[in-house]
Design a protein around this ligand. Structure first.
Ligand code: NAP
Length: 329
């Protein structure tokens, strides 16, 4: 039999794949990017997931995920629809440089919340159980204890009752602390005395032994952790700043520690990051510094959250974490 007789049917070829017209570009930590790339390849093969700077055709890019976008993001991606922050905040973005039709969305995912709850609990307990005093006593080889106060006798105040502030309060409640919260708009949280607005700020501060800042950094909240604020806390109160470095007036903290108005501070964020080598916070015996690690976007849970948001966008539904440009968060 001639070979030609058996081959009269054209071999089957796969139908031409339609080139996907939507792509997602990720700019940031390469290890996380590769993990997200694999996740999208499995769970959303119809979308092209690309890693900066190999983003292919710029006009096909609809979604951009990053911590630090290029200055003129719309010039780079002319058809951008959503700019996603890879972290919980957007204060690192210059919102004025993002065209008004581009939605700005921050990262809301369980990994960030869990990390922050752990850190805030640790820092609160560190103050409550006098660990900064004991670190000093250890350096002096001094074996002497302080009275252990019940958690119910400590008043803990949380500034910012958003996704993170509420989760932190929920955990702190399990220890039995007396709790207060302060927020822009009114909130009702079981077991927490809630205060809203600038007019009730002083009242909120008045009872606090330990103050936690979980606010977003905006023009209204910049410098809010200042001498005037510290003066309203109970004498010897302690601070935990897990918001942003711009919330704190650093010189005022040093002054409040020197005067004894504040007894100690745990700072995860700083006005200049990394904290300069000659900064007085490094060697201060009453300050614990960590390098902006209170919580981090977790690749696996964040990839799921990102894809769920992209699916919402494609279905014309509201996106979780949409930023209100007029408020700045
Ligand atoms: P969120 O859900 O947007 O909550 C922010 C809360 O702050 C809202 O409840 C808001 O009030 C309140 N607020 C805003 N401006 C205010 C003002 N002027 N006065 C009083 N309350 C005000 O944000 P989130 O997810 O909880 O995150 C909070 C912040 O934590 C982030 O913006 C970031 O700065 C910080 N953070 C730090 C780390 C870290 O590793 N150190 C990690 C993640 C996040 P309304 O309810 O009225 O809007």
């Amino acid at each position: 039999m001639h070979r030609a007789e058996t081959c009269h049917v054209r071999p089957w070829t796969a139908p031409q794949q339609r080139r996907p017209s939507l792509s997602i570009v990720y700019k940031g930590d390469l290890e996380r990017g590769r993990e997200w790339e694999r996740f999208f390849a499995v769970h959303a093969p119809e979308l092209q997931f690309r890693l900066w700077p190999d983003f292919g055709r710029a006009e096909e890019v609809s979604y951009f995920v990053t911590w630090q976008p290029p200055d003129d993001v719309s010039a780079v991606f002319p058809n951008l629809q959503v700019l996603f922050s890879s972290g919980a905040g957007v204060d690192q973005f210059d919102l004025n440089r993002v065209p008004s039709h581009v939605r700005i969305v921050r990262m809301i995912e369980p990994g960030i919340i869990d990390g922050m709850v752990e850190y805030a609990t640790l820092a609160t307990l560190l103050h409550h159980r006098n660990f900064i005093d004991y670190a000093e006593r250890q350096r002096r080889r001094e074996w002497s204890g302080m009275r252990v106060l019940p958690a119910s006798s400590r008043h803990v105040g949380v500034m910012g009752l958003g996704m993170l502030g509420c989760a932190v309060l929920e955990r702190l409640r399990t220890f039995g602390f007396a709790l207060s919260g302060w927020n822009r708009s009114p909130r009702a949280i079981e077991g927490v005395a809630c205060f809203a607005g600038e007019e009730r700020f002083a009242e909120f501060l008045g009872g606090c032994d330990i103050l936690l800042c979980l606010l977003p950094l905006t023009e209204k909240t910049r410098g809010i952790l200042c001498g005037e604020t510290f003066a309203r806390l109970k004498r010897g109160a302690a601070l935990v700043n897990i918001g942003r470095g711009g919330h704190l007036v650093e010189a005022d903290l040093l002054e409040a520690l020197a005067s004894g108005q504040l007894s100690a501070a745990v700072l995860d964020v700083a006005a200049t990051e990394p904290l300069p080598a000659d900064h007085p916070f490094w060697g201060h015996p009453r300050i614990v510094v960590t390098p902006h690690v209170a919580s981090m976007t977790q690749p696996r849970t964040a990839a799921k959250a990102l894809l769920a948001n992209i699916r919402r966008h494609q279905a014309g539904e509201p996106l979780v974490g949409t930023v209100d440009r007029s408020r700045g968060y």
